[in-house]
Design a protein around this ligand. Structure first.
Ligand code: GTR
Length: 411
């Protein structure tokens, strides 16, 4: 997140990807030859990813929402819609998600007569109130407990240069966000967060229970449930974004939910876009040693025997196809291994091609001075800036340029 990876070991070189588990081949060895075959293969891969890496999440619950709207936020640029998302199947004292939606004021002018806008949905780790410096944003109890300093007031706007909400609004997009601690505070205690409430409803065998990444992804999907019916939101133009551990969750959410119109994992690294195979940065042993709670227990067993893992990150990326996917990376963010993220993108490309979408071409990665337009990008992109481990306006502009292309230039 705020760690600058400068000074860590240099990135690994790109390696050939022909040793990865095949995407266009069923587990029984038969070929995947058509879009119809891919539907079945996609299900197989999805199941394997749940089984061996992220764990099985419960079936989507019904949500109940309560909404409060405040106009004139961000110096008049935004209307803030705060939506409390509760889960109908859980007791009233169970966790709920506070979704903050910032809509360009014009979009909600005169009782929704302003039309609808595409929305960037980001997962945050400091509390919604850190995204903009405006007292209208609720400092939630969860944020007070797990977010930052004291009562949270000192953190108002602390992530303003990270999310650049006013800039995003200026580009004609809404920005929505929820604080990961609403779903799981990442304390490492399995009794925390929403997961214990679903212990008896998980569809997989013991050892494959959902980890925290799957829970955060599930939370993003519940936010999509709440966003889609909003009149000011273009339901087909919801892009999901996250950085680092939140990037892993954003990729997982977007890969496994076809309602999400665009997927933008940022510096998501191991457990995200970077391949596990031939990854000389964060290995399975490193990540499951430090963050065992993020994954299903099955995943840790592949430390030292990664070649036995029937999937890799290209499998997860492929689930996004044929929807647009932009993977963004810091050229100096070595620990997330941009080289092996690019290799995953390239390895997933044949799935987009099978589905009739244009591939990535020979020009990736794109760098910060490269133009992102309908002339230069297809639905699959890997983009780099000269930074360490951080999110800033340059990255957001790349995602929005890419979204402009794929959301019909109406962003
Ligand atoms: C690191 C971890 C990464 C990344 C990051 C973060 O310590 O090794 O995989 O998730 O944390 O989310 O800040």
């Amino acid at each position: 997140m705020s760690r600058d990876a400068d000074g860590l070991a240099p990135p690994s070189r790109c390696r050939p990807t022909d040793e990865l588990p095949p995407l266009l081949e069923f587990r029984d060895g038969s070929p995947v030859e058509s879009p119809a075959d891919w539907r079945d293969r996609r299900e197989e891969l999805r199941r394997s990813l749940r089984h061996y890496v992220y764990g099985y999440a419960p079936e989507p619950p019904e949500i109940e929402t309560t909404t409060e709207r405040t106009a004139g936020v961000c110096d008049g640029a935004a209307t803030l819609v705060e939506t409390e998302i509760a889960f109908a199947d859980l007791p009233t004292d169970a966790p709920s998600i506070t979704l903050a939606v910032f809509l360009p004021s014009e979009a909600v002018a005169e009782g929704d007569a302003g039309g609808s806008v595409p929305v960037l949905l980001g997962l945050n780790w400091r509390g919604n109130h850190a995204a903009v410096d405006d007292p209208a944003v609720t400092i939630t109890d969860t944020a007070r407990e797990y977010g930052g300093r004291g009562d949270g007031a000192a953190d108002r706007g602390a992530a303003a240069d990270y999310w650049c909400v006013e800039h995003v609004l200026g580009r004609g997009y809404g920005f929505a966000t929820y604080h990961l601690a609403d779903v799981d505070p990442d304390s490492g205690d399995p009794a925390d967060g929403v997961r214990p409430y679903y212990d008896d409803e998980l569809p997989g065998p013991p050892g494959t229970e959902w980890g925290v990444l799957a829970a955060w992804a599930w939370g993003l999907q519940r936010c999509v449930d709440a966003l889609r019916p909003m009149e000011a939101v273009r339901a087909e133009a919801i892009a999901v974004l996250g950085h680092s551990r939140c990037g892993k969750a954003a990729l997982l959410a977007g890969a496994t939910d076809e309602r999400i119109g665009l997927v933008a994992p940022h510096q998501s690294g191991t457990g995200g876009m970077a391949l596990d195979r031939d990854n000389d940065q964060e290995g399975i042993g490193d990540i499951t040693g430090t963050f065992p709670q993020w994954f299903a227990d099955t995943y840790a067993a592949f430390d030292g025997q990664v070649d036995r893992l029937p999937v890799d990150s290209h499998s997860l990326a492929a689930l996004v196809a044929p929807r647009p996917l932009i993977d963004t990376a810091g050229a100096r963010d070595h620990w997330t291994n941009p080289g092996r993220a690019l290799d995953a993108v390239r390895a997933a490309e044949p799935v987009w091609e099978l589905l009739g979408a244009e591939g990535i071409g020979d020009d990736l990665p794109l760098y910060e001075d490269d133009e992102i337009s309908g002339e230069t990008v297809g639905p699959l992109c890997h983009y780099r800036r000269e930074t360490g481990h951080t999110l800033n306006q340059g990255y957001l502009d790349a995602v929005l340029d890419f979204a402009d292309v794929h959301f019909d230039g109406t962003g």
